[in-house]
Design a protein. Structure first.
Length: 159
């Protein structure tokens, strides 16, 4: 989990200039999720919606036990327990609701606003179009291994 200052979050230049992992962790996870779903069939998007009164929205994709976000390929249960553990360091009692999202919501501010508490930027609403950046990020990640798609467990890297 990464946290950036409100100043960086509001400044399009500073936000764009964040390292890729931080950029896709702090406000562009939905763009990365959409790019992943275009590349790999059979995955669905999920919104980690914080419980009332908390912050910490996140979107990842999953198929069965296999999940993907800015960490790379990971087991879904491992990803969610990591998020809870990290969030509770900052916000004791943090909890979430997992909400499936249609792919088209990930790239449409208007469609995302139909979900109470969700407000996503479209790829072109960043300083530059974020979709090519997401595609390049995916190019740097190792392809899905057959073992992973069969449920192999991967540990998360520390952030």
């Amino acid at each position: 989990m990464y946290m950036i200052s409100a100043e960086k979050k509001r400044d399009p230049v500073k936000r764009w200039n964040l390292p890729d992992r931080v950029f896709f962790a702090c406000g562009a996870c939905h763009i990365l999720a959409y790019a992943f779903m275009r590349r790999y069939a059979g995955y669905s998007a999920f919104w980690v919606k914080p419980a009332h009164g908390f912050t910490g929205n996140h979107i990842f994709v999953a198929r069965g036990d296999a999940a993907f976000d800015y960490h790379g390929h990971v087991d879904r249960k491992t990803l969610l327990s990591h998020m809870v553990r990290k969030a509770r360091l900052f916000w004791p009692g943090w909890d979430y609701e997992l909400t499936p999202l249609p792919a088209e919501v990930l790239i449409s501010e208007r469609k995302s606003r139909a979900y109470d508490g969700l407000w996503l930027r479209g790829p072109g609403q960043f300083l530059y179009n974020a979709m090519p950046r997401a595609e390049r990020f995916l190019d740097q990640i190792s392809p899905l291994s057959p073992a992973f798609t069969k449920g192999e467990r991967h540990a998360l890297q520390a952030d």
